[in-house]
Design a protein around this ligand. Structure first.
Ligand code: C2O
Ligand code: CU
Ligand code: CU
Length: 519
């Protein structure tokens, strides 16, 4: 077994970032845009093959680790659209531009059923990776969609019902980056100064193989927690930087761990983006709470550090991360994890290793966000309410669990309509576990939404002013969001993105009704 000390120590010989070189810039992206197409046939600007396959990768010193991995290649289009990462289980970074038409031929090369979901992207229902669309081993699912999202840091991962947790944990995840002209005009650090950082926790046995849940129900109630923190698939990650400004794109790709992000030296975080892309203006936070599946983009100028110095991004300790509260008493249950949710630890180290004179100024304005207004919502007077409660030893939404095709009346919405949805994480529910309370990162498929208000807040580390597709509700909080349901009808999901909660059924369908012709 790995001991805590070993974990908490940051080795001086740690792995240099596989992405230390940053992202190569996309060339020829304009020329790759949609050609005119009189028949309306789908002609992709970018055609890629992607497979989920077993692989072995080095993670810890010694034996390689058996994982599942997304691997891909470009069939047609700009080769720079796929960035292969080396020495990691993470899938290739897919880079696109708003308006591009993308075809992805996904082949399942693992033994279990699977399907790929494009987290945060606005795509038609049959392109969204709903669990009813799973394919068995050795079959192929062809995705075709136009990238409609604004520039931002999106991602992809499996979505088979009941098995999303183990499949993501086993290595299946990758970033899906979108750029657009507005982002380009903002003048942000690019190329090698634009660094994606995927944060995940894992546990290993003494042969370096991944350990998932022991099968204990209480462990699933809390969610999986590993005692190794990996960045881009590496333990003890070190980011070498120059004395200049960087754009850091952080994804919490963990199954259930929440990070309370802060700079080790106490400098505030300068936030420039959230799940759905750039904020209007930069925001300062002493720390940021980042729940599973959420993204945050930071601006950081390492020009304030001398060459040779080091700093680190850390996760600060916090309360309320574990199963507890109510009648059972806070912290009494689910606290057996080696590194509990809410423990403090370093995430990665930054080493300032070279002088660079030229830098960039933090832009005053980053993008334009048209605010939705609560009074324009079709249900302004009676928001849809979703109580996050335990029922019959399972996490549920309003006491209901996922059924593959089931949609209740209050889960039906109309195309293009604007609604207020309220999520309530105040405990309650039925049975002996009724008073239990835990954080729940709530996610809607297919839409970026806006946060209208939050109540019962004990943390000031939320960045609610940008576009979001996942919102973290700590125990005692309730949140109202404004969501416009857009122009793709059909069945989509909303769920808790604690993947163990999702797998146990804390997920429901919502149905967008209406036909394209009627709008
Ligand atoms: Cu990352 Cu159903 O989503
Ligand atoms: Cu999603
Ligand atoms: Cu949950």
């Amino acid at each position: 077994m790995i001991n805590r000390r070993q974990f908490l120590q940051i080795s001086g010989a740690g792995a240099a970032g596989l992405l230390a070189g940053g992202l190569p810039s996309l060339v020829n992206i304009e020329s790759a845009r949609a050609a005119s197409n009189p028949e309306g046939k789908f002609i992709p600007d970018l055609d890629i093959a992607l497979k989920a396959t077993p692989a072995e990768v080095p993670i810890l010193p010694g034996n390689p680790t058996g994982v599942w991995q997304y691997q891909g290649h470009v069939i047609k289009g700009n080769r720079a659209s796929l960035i292969q990462l080396e020495r990691t289980y993470l899938g290739p970074i897919i880079r696109t531009h708003t308006g591009q038409k993308v075809r992805i031929r996904f082949t399942n090369d693992i033994a279990d059923k699977t399907i790929v979901h494009w987290h945060g992207l606005h795509v038609p229902a049959d392109m969204d990776g709903h669990p009813r669309l799973v394919i068995p081993s050795s079959e192929t699912y062809v995705y075709e969609f136009e990238v409609r999202n604004r520039a931002g840091t999106y991602w992809y991962h499996p979505h088979p019902h009941g098995m999303t947790g183990p499949q993501v944990y086993g290595g299946l995840a990758g970033l899906f980056l979108v750029s657009d002209d507005e982002e380009k005009a903002a003048g942000l650090p690019a190329g090698e100064y634009d660094i994606p950082l995927v944060i995940q926790d894992r546990a290993f046995d003494n042969r370096n193989q991944l350990i998932y849940l022991s099968g204990h129900r209480m462990e699933q109630m809390t969610g999986f927690l590993g005692d190794w923190i990996l960045v881009n698939g590496h333990p003890d990650f070190i980011l070498p930087v120059a004395t200049r400004a960087y754009r850091l794109r952080l994804l919490n790709g963990s199954n259930s761990r929440i990070y309370k992000l802060a700079w080790q030296d106490g400098s505030p975080l300068t936030v420039i983006g959230t799940d759905g892309g750039l904020l209007e203006t930069p925001a300062q936070r002493g720390y940021v709470m980042l729940g599973p599946a959420e993204r945050i983009e930071l601006w950081v100028d390492f020009g304030r550090y001398p060459v040779g110095s080091e700093t680190a991004l850390v996760s600060l300790p916090f309360e309320g991360g574990m199963l507890g509260g109510g009648r059972m008493g806070r912290g009494m249950m689910g606290s057996g994890a080696a590194l509990p949710n809410g423990a403090g630890f370093p995430i990665f180290k930054v080493r300032v290793n070279r002088q660079e004179e030229a830098s960039l100024e933090l832009p005053k304005r980053l993008s334009t966000i048209k605010r939705y207004r609560a009074k324009d919502a079709v249900n302004a007077g009676h928001p849809k309410r979703f109580n996050l409660v335990m029922s019959h030893m399972s996490w549920t939404i309003n006491g209901r669990m996922f059924r593959m095709e089931q949609v209740d009346n209050d889960e039906k919405v109309h195309m293009n309509s604007l609604e207020i949805w309220e999520f309530i994480n105040e405990g309650g529910g039925m049975g002996m576990m009724g008073g239990m309370n835990m954080p729940h990162p709530m996610h809607l498929h297919g839409k970026q939404f806006q946060v209208l208000e939050r109540q019962g807040v004990l943390h000031d580390g939320y960045v609610d002013e940008g576009w979001k597709d996942t919102v973290l509700l700590m125990p005692g909080e309730r949140i109202r969001i404004l969501v416009r349901f857009g122009d793709y009808p059909g069945l989509f999901l909303y769920h808790c993105h604690n993947l163990e909660h999702e797998d146990m059924g804390m997920m429901r369908n919502y149905l967008i009704e209406g036909s394209a012709a009627s709008v």
